[in-house]
Design a protein around this ligand. Structure first.
Ligand code: C2O
Ligand code: CU
Length: 471
């Protein structure tokens, strides 16, 4: 779809030293790797054969959009054409881009009007699993199908038998398998967000995924749902978590066996297929205990095992982003408030102090440090000098989980509930469960206004968004 001829030539000679590329760095001599994305209405067989096709909004006719594949150190040039009836932008979730390429309408670029085009171009300093999606009317544009995976391969990728991507999405479908048009509902916004009734993996309600005994999969999970949190339980398997939000972690098995992903989050697993030939195992989503459901079956072929056993996976090489220095960092309290069952008393919206009823009239229910993000962009919640580190003491003072996403940098998680974390985690999206606390450090390296918001998209619309300014 987008591989240029030069790419093969470059690929054949290799990219020596890609992990040493400084960021921001000089433009590479090699030509950018090109891709193009056209956003337009399309039809998709989400619910499978025997059901009507669903009218969706798609990238290049597909939902999810094509998997964009690059190598660490590549420069990407992605031409975006908007054939929707409304304006849009594209955000490259988790990728450290220059501010002008970050795709936030009115903050980092003018929106791309219907019929318009915009070419994004940026370097890919960090390997890992990322994704792309619109950042205009996000709840609806993502909710109607506009999301896709973006993969940046390591210079020396780990040995696995197969590298798979599962883009998880959640849809609210009616009996004709059509998307219910009730976006921006206040009730959804003030509760858990717009949860759907149909979960797809790579745009299909999945039944089975074929595997072979003895193989090791790298399974890249992307939560592209607008609101649904997943807690995947791989019966009969013990997957290793090898990366979170694209950033390598010490390979480990999750404490309670569940692979939890809030909206926006990615988890890379090393999944060893230890079952017997011909066996079948359910993958169950148990995040919301009363509505656990089987996502799909891992169906083993009858082929004899590829190998007897596998050693634990190796740690992936760290990406070259500069770690914050917590010893030199000022601490900033960041309190999230609002939503049903608790809720906002007084909060400021566009410079005025409003009570809950008035906020509701404006379609707002959430605040960060008493500030509700309004129609325009709010004043920065934090201004940092380039090179400065800061610690955010995140406090979720609500009855609801919030996957908090930061643009343009990573959060180095220091502690949760006051206890230091067991292993280093760099995240661009951090799921804070109801009433949870976490201390995270960040380092401001790239100038610009960067969003910090909840990735439950109705919560973002409902005011749960702030800006971190780097000068
Ligand atoms: Cu994935 Cu501000 O978004
Ligand atoms: Cu939220």
């Amino acid at each position: 779809m987008f591989v240029s001829r030069r790419r093969f030539i470059a690929g054949a000679t290799g990219f020596a030293g890609a992990s040493l590329i400084p960021w921001p760095g000089p433009a590479r001599a090699a030509a950018p790797v090109e891709a193009s994305l056209v956003l337009a209405p399309a039809r998709a067989a989400l619910a499978g054969a025997g059901h009507p096709q669903t009218a969706v909004w798609a990238f290049n006719g597909e939902t999810p959009g094509p998997v964009l594949r690059f190598r660490q150190g590549d420069r990407a040039r992605i031409a975006v054409e908007n054939r929707l009836a409304e304006e849009t932008t594209i955000h490259w979730h988790g990728i450290r881009v220059p501010n002008a390429m970050d795709g936030v309408p009115h903050l980092t670029q003018p929106p791309i009007p219907p019929g318009g085009r915009f070419v994004y171009e940026f370097d890919l300093p960090d390997a890992g699993t990322y994704w792309y999606h619109p950042h205009a009317n996000s709840a609806e544009q993502i909710g109607r199908g506009l999301a896709g995976a973006l993969i940046v391969a390591e210079t020396a990728p780990p040995a696995v038998d197969r590298d798979l991507v599962w883009v998880l999405a959640d849809w609210r479908l009616d009996r004709q398998a059509q998307i219910v048009g009730d976006f921006h509902d206040f009730r959804d916004m003030a509760h858990a967000g717009r949860l759907g009734n149909t979960v797809t993996v790579n745009g299909r309600v999945p039944e089975r995924v074929a595997v072979r005994a003895g193989e090791r999969l790298r399974l890249r999970l992307v939560n592209a749902a607008s609101a649904r949190i997943f807690g995947l339980d791989f019966a009969g398997h013990a997957p290793w978590i090898v990366a979170l939000d694209g950033q390598p972690v010490d390979p480990h098995r999750p404490a309670d066996g569940q692979i939890v992903l809030g909206p926006g989050e990615r988890v890379d697993l090393a999944l060893d297929c230890a079952g017997a030939p011909g066996a079948s195992f359910a993958v169950t989503d148990r995040f919301y205990p009363r509505t656990a459901y089987k996502l799909l079956d891992l169906a083993y072929s009858d082929a004899s095992p590829l190998r007897a056993a596998l050693p634990p996976p190796l740690r992936l090489a760290d990406n070259p982003w500069r770690r914050p220095d917590p010893a030199k960092a000022a601490r900033h309290r960041v309190t999230i408030e609002g939503g049903m069952m608790g809720g906002l008393r007084l909060a400021r919206l566009d410079g005025r102090s409003l009570g809950p009823r008035e906020l509701m009239r404006h379609g707002k229910a959430w605040a960060i440090n008493g500030e509700v993000a309004g129609s325009g962009h709010p004043e920065p919640m934090l201004t940092l000098a380039r090179g400065e580190s800061a610690i955010l003491e995140l406090v979720n003072d609500t009855a609801w989980p919030h996957p908090m996403h930061i643009h343009g940098m990573f959060l180095d998680v220091l502690s949760r509930e006051g206890a230091p974390v067991a292993r280093r985690e760099g995240r661009d999206t951090l799921l804070l469960l109801a009433r949870a606390k976490a201390d995270v450090a960040l380092r401001a390296d790239e100038p610009g206004d960067w969003m910090f918001h909840c990735h439950i998209l109705d919560h973002q619309d409902g005011g749960l968004m702030g800006i971190i300014r780097v000068v």
